[in-house]
Design a protein around this ligand. Structure first.
Ligand code: FMN
Length: 215
């Protein structure tokens, strides 16, 4: 499928087939795409928790009633967290990966990149919007996730209908310097899923409504 077809055919799954599980290889393919998400200063200030079994069951308390059935029947739940404070270990890991991947071929570039990432991180701390900034990056990864899933035939649901305090508590995020951005369920649609495109065609505003061309 080309990109436009992916955009046209992905939809929010409301009813999952509880008997079907996403296998490890398929999940891995999705996560390999997600890790390529672009972020501000390549900060990648997020983490993905892939929950199944008891861990998924434990998080259920943090899922709003209206989302619980779909949460239960889905194969996996992915909690996307974002950083709530500067994590030096994380920034070091990002820098090391850039060096290893050949992005920073000399010491001057290494120092400049490290300085730039700290500059922008500190700027958002000073502005008081650090978590909002990291959370925005998490939402970019969310978009990658749902389209990467669709590309390999896996259905998904964005779950903002959650109790954020409870999710943060269950996941122990406060102590980790993280906060939940959102939860995404993955699985396979039920045959009678109420939200398939034949029953609920995709609807968006037109380009003319959404876009202003300014010379
Ligand atoms: C950030 C975000 C949060 C959402 N939260 C929920 C949710 O909690 N439960 C749900 O059933 N759908 C949720 N949705 C699905 C939206 O209602 C859906 O994406 C929108 O109506 C467009 O439909 P489509 O995804 O099928 O194209 C969410 C979507 C997004 C992007």
């Amino acid at each position: 499928m080309n990109f436009k077809e992916l955009m046209e055919t992905r939809y929010t799954t409301k009813h999952y087939d509880a008997t079907r599980k996403v296998d490890d290889q398929t999940l891995r393919a999705i996560l390999e795409a997600v890790r390529l998400t672009p972020t501000s200063v390549n900060s990648q200030p997020y983490h993905f928790y892939v929950l199944t079994g008891e861990a998924k069951q434990k998080l259920r308390d943090g899922i709003k009633d209206f989302n619980q059935k779909r949460y239960d029947a889905a194969s996996h739940a992915i909690v996307i967290s974002c950083k709530t404070k500067i994590d030096e270990e994380h920034l070091k890991a990002v820098l090391e990966a850039e060096i290893k991947d050949g992005r920073l071929p000399n010491e001057d570039l290494v120092a400049a990149q490290d300085k730039s990432r700290h500059f922008f991180s500190n700027l958002h701390i000073e502005n008081g919007d650090f978590e909002a900034w990291t959370c925005k990056q998490a939402y970019i990864a969310f978009a990658t996730l749902v389209y990467a899933a669709h590309d390999v035939g896996v259905d998904s649901t964005a779950l903002e209908g959650i109790d954020y305090d409870k999710v943060n508590e269950i996941m122990g995020f406060k102590d980790k310097g993280e906060a939940c951005a959102l939860v995404v369920s993955l699985g396979y649609r039920a045959q009678d899923d109420s939200n398939t495109l034949d029953k609920r065609p995709k609807s968006r505003l037109s380009v003319e409504q959404l876009v202003s061309f300014i010379d």
